[in-house]
Design a protein around this ligand. Structure first.
Ligand SMILES: CC(C)(COP(=O)(O)OP(=O)(O)OC[C@H]1O[C@@H](n2cnc3c(N)ncnc32)[C@H](O)[C@@H]1OP(=O)(O)O)[C@@H](O)C(=O)NCCC(=O)NCCS
Length: 140
């Protein structure tokens, strides 16, 4: 049973910090100083729980950028990421945002495409990882 909980950075940081450290800093080699930024404090965060254990996360910035999507390795491929993304899209819709954007790691293009995001522009480097811009327009 997967639960998705939306909250602020202050509420969720104790769960989000070890989760993002495990996936982005340890697994993917993202430099620590790039992982933590000023956008966490102003974002709406989504935390996925299985039997109360934090297994995945993502965030929505006020301007419609989605980011920091991460699911712990052993919990991938079970629909956790899909549920997190759906919760963030729903949150954006509720706020009346008309467009969502994200910087997708190229290996995850298919994951976001399943959720209606479309790649735009050329590949670029972020934190040493190849990315592409993806967008999804929301009905007004
Ligand atoms: C990308 C990530 C968040 C996906 O989470 P997940 O829980 O494994 O994804 P789900 O199980 O919800 O998959 C949803 C759908 O996307 C597909 N999918 C998942 N990962 C995919 C990938 N890397 N490439 C293509 N399709 C993918 C699944 O097959 C599934 O499709 P289906 O509905 O036909 O079965 C997860 O792999 C992850 O945390 N990766 C490491 C961190 C990372 O790269 N984050 C993205 C930064 S842009």
């Amino acid at each position: 049973m997967i639960d998705i909980v939306l909250g602020t950075w202050a509420e969720q940081a104790p769960a989000l910090k070890p989760l993002r450290r495990e996936v982005f800093i340890v697994e993917q080699g993202v430099p620590e100083e790039l992982e933590w930024d000023e956008y966490d404090a102003v974002s709406r965060h989504a935390l996925a729980l299985i039997d109360g254990e934090a297994v995945g996360c993502g965030r929505l910035l006020p301007d419609g950028h989605i980011g920091r999507m991460a699911v712990r390795k052993v919990f991938r491929g079970r629909g956790v990421g899909r549920m997190l993304l759906a919760a963030l899209v729903s949150e954006a819709s509720g706020r009346g945002l008309s467009m969502l954007q994200l910087h997708a790691q190229t290996h995850a293009l298919g994951f976001y495409a399943q959720a209606g995001f479309v790649a735009e522009g050329v590949e670029f480097d972020e934190a040493g990882i190849p990315h592409r811009l993806m967008v999804r327009r929301l009905p007004s």
